[in-house]
Design a protein around this ligand. Structure first.
Ligand SMILES: Nc1ncnc2c1ncn2[C@@H]1O[C@H](COP(=O)(O)OP(=O)(O)OP(=O)(O)O)[C@@H](O)[C@H]1O
Ligand SMILES: [Mg+2]
Length: 380
């Protein structure tokens, strides 16, 4: 007998479970017309993804929809419009810009689940987009409905739901071609079962994601490109929004440990500043700094900030949390290019030093400057 872990013990709670209340509320809040097969109106999907400014009122209930994806409203609206039409949506961008998260939230808003997902890899096969077989049953009984194993895409077609294809450009060309025919014909025939054909019900849509650092989007076939609307997902442009997001995520990480610790705002400020400086190649003061070749996404900033906060929670006697920043930054920056560690040291000597020299007592940059030694010895 297998025992399912209680929901509270799941490592990741999917958004359809975590935000079930919001989804139920939004379905009633906006009862306007919606595309066939959609659970929410397009406007309510956008509100679900971005959150509401203050409480919304529906009948006697009031609810504030929590912010989730941080970004331009126009982008989310365009995504929703694409999904209500007949083309696929392709989210492209640098790693860690929340493409997968946005794709999952859009799916959940539209059809109530983000789980109908195919992970694109060099090993993805056509079967994973169409259907496969339970071979034991197939051998015992021959082809039958019971022996058919539908792909997430086939299931999405049947249900009129959203299918997600992650990292589509990693799939081999022939697998991408299979998708072309799915997207144009909107049906899958199963010749092994005679004239059985699965038709896409209304509401079926495809969201794919592609990473600009992996195999290029240019390697997608022209036929496939034509069937997708491309939307570029950029890093968070607004500094305050990035600080707020990193703070929120760090609070969550701390809450999960059950430690009664609060997020140190100065630490988050410093981390987000370092990430934004290194990402853009210049500081707020206008000094140029050398950009590492590693991507310094918000996802990485969240990881560093959470790691620093957790170190503080689990090793409470370590002293100032600011001192843990250089070591964590090295772990992010020093991935595939040894020169990046030297670039980080260069940033310390230009930006951190000047800020340390400028500030008075309680200046966090001074503590950071004093921790410079942690970066030495790894640079080449
Ligand atoms: N604009 C954003 N809004 C909300 N969260 C963000 C944003 N940018 C980054 N994040 C954080 O980054 C995490 C990772 O995002 P996600 O895995 O969706 O990125 P991705 O673009 O799919 O990356 P990859 O290209 O590596 O697959 C999110 O869970 C979130 O914590
Ligand atoms: Mg992703």
């Amino acid at each position: 007998m297998t025992t399912e872990p209680a929901q509270a013990d799941w490592q990741i709670i999917p958004p359809e479970v975590e935000f079930a209340d919001e989804l139920a509320f939004l379905a009633g809040f906006d009862d306007g017309p919606r595309p066939a097969g959609w659970r929410l109106t397009p406007a309510a999907v956008v509100t679900f993804v971005l959150g509401s400014d203050g409480p919304l009122k529906s009948g006697r209930t009031r609810m504030t929809i929590s912010p989730k994806y941080v970004g331009e409203r126009g982008l989310v609206e365009r995504c929703v419009v694409t999904l209500a039409g007949s083309r696929g949506l392709l989210l492209v961008g640098e790693p860690g810009t929340a493409k997968s998260m946005l794709s999952e939230l859009l799916s959940v808003g539209i059809c109530g689940t983000g789980a109908l997902t195919v992970q694109g890899t060099a090993g993805t096969t056509e079967d994973q987009l169409r259907y496969g077989w339970n071979y034991a049953l197939l051998l015992a009984e021959g082809p039958s409905q019971a022996a058919l194993v539908p792909s997430p895409v086939m299931t999405a077609m049947r249900r009129g739901a959203v299918a997600r294809i992650e990292e589509i450009t990693r799939c081999l060309p022939e697998v991408q071609d299979a998708l072309v025919s799915l997207l144009s014909e909107r049906r899958i025939s199963v010749p092994e079962l005679g004239d059985e054909t699965v038709y896409a019900n209304k509401g079926f849509a495809v969201i794919a994601t592609a990473n600009l650092r992996d195999r290029g989007v240019s390697e997608m076939s022209a036929a496939l490109k034509r069937r997708f609307n491309f939307e570029h997902v950029d890093p968070i442009s607004d500094r305050d929004a990035e600080v707020a997001l990193v703070t929120r995520r760090t609070e969550q990480a701390l809450a999960d440990t059950g430690a009664a610790q609060s997020v140190d705002a100065a630490v988050v400020e410093v981390i987000v500043t370092v990430f934004r400086d290194l990402r853009s190649g210049h500081t707020g003061e206008g000094w140029s700094v050398e950009r590492p070749s590693t991507i310094l996404s918000t996802a990485e900033a969240v990881a560093v900030s959470s790691a620093v906060a957790l170190t503080g929670a689990w090793f409470p006697n370590r002293g100032d949390r600011l001192r843990d920043i250089p070591g964590q930054l090295l772990g992010v920056v020093h991935k595939d290019d040894g020169d990046d560690a030297a670039r980080l040291l260069g940033y310390w000597d230009v930006a951190v030093k000047r800020r340390a020299d400028a500030g008075g007592a309680g200046n966090p940059w001074r503590t950071l400057w004093e921790a410079r030694g942690q970066l030495e010895g790894t640079a080449r």
